[in-house]
Design a protein around this ligand. Structure first.
Ligand SMILES: [Zn+2]
Length: 135
C-alpha cells in the first residue's frame, strides 16, 4: 500500500486546521495508492476524540482510516484498535505538529505498517479536493 504525496499533504493540512480538535476520515485508493480522504458525515469531533458514524459512510470502497492526535502521541488507543479491526487495512494516525514526520500507519492489529509516499498523477481528479473544501 502507498499514499499519494498530495493526499498526504492534504491530510496534514486538514489535521492542522482541525487542531486542537481531532480530524477523522476514511481512506480510499486507486489500485494500491491511497488517493482520497472521505469525511464521514456526522462525525463528532472534540478535543478528545473524533467519533465517526460509520453507518453514515457513503457507499464508497474504503481501504482504511485516518485521524489526528493533537496530543502528538501517535500510538493507537484502545478505541482506535477497535476501529482498525472493524474497517479497512491501513490506518493512519497523525500527531501534532502534523508534519511529514509526525504520522504513523498501522495494520488491523495495530502493528506499525510502512506506507510509501509516492508521486501520483491526479489528472482530472481534482474534484474531491473541492468537494471536501466546500462541505
Ligand atoms: Zn486515536
Amino acid at each position: 500500500m502507498k499514499i499519494a504525496r498530495e493526499t498526504l499533504q492534504f491530510i496534514l493540512e486538514v489535521c492542522r486546521s482541525s487542531a486542537p480538535k481531532e480530524f477523522a476520515g476514511m481512506l480510499s485508493a486507486k489500485g494500491d495508492v491511497i488517493t482520497e480522504v472521505i469525511v464521514v458525515p456526522g462525525t463528532e469531533s472534540t478535543d478528545e476524540s473524533a467519533v465517526m458514524q460509520l453507518f453514515m459512510l457513503p457507499n464508497i470502497h474504503t481501504v482504511g482510516s485516518v485521524h489526528s492526535h493533537p496530543s502528538g502521541n501517535t500510538r493507537p488507543s484502545g478505541i482506535d484498535l477497535d476501529l482498525f479491526d472493524r474497517k479497512g487495512v491501513v490506518h493512519m494516525i497523525v500527531g501534532a505538529p502534523f508534519d511529514l514526520k509526525s504520522w504513523k500507519c498501522y495494520d488491523t492489529n495495530g502493528r506499525p505498517l510502512n506506507l510509501e509516499v509516492v508521486d501520483y498523477d491526479f489528472k482530472d481528479e481534482d474534484e474531491f479536493f473541492e468537494d471536501i473544501m466546500n462541505s
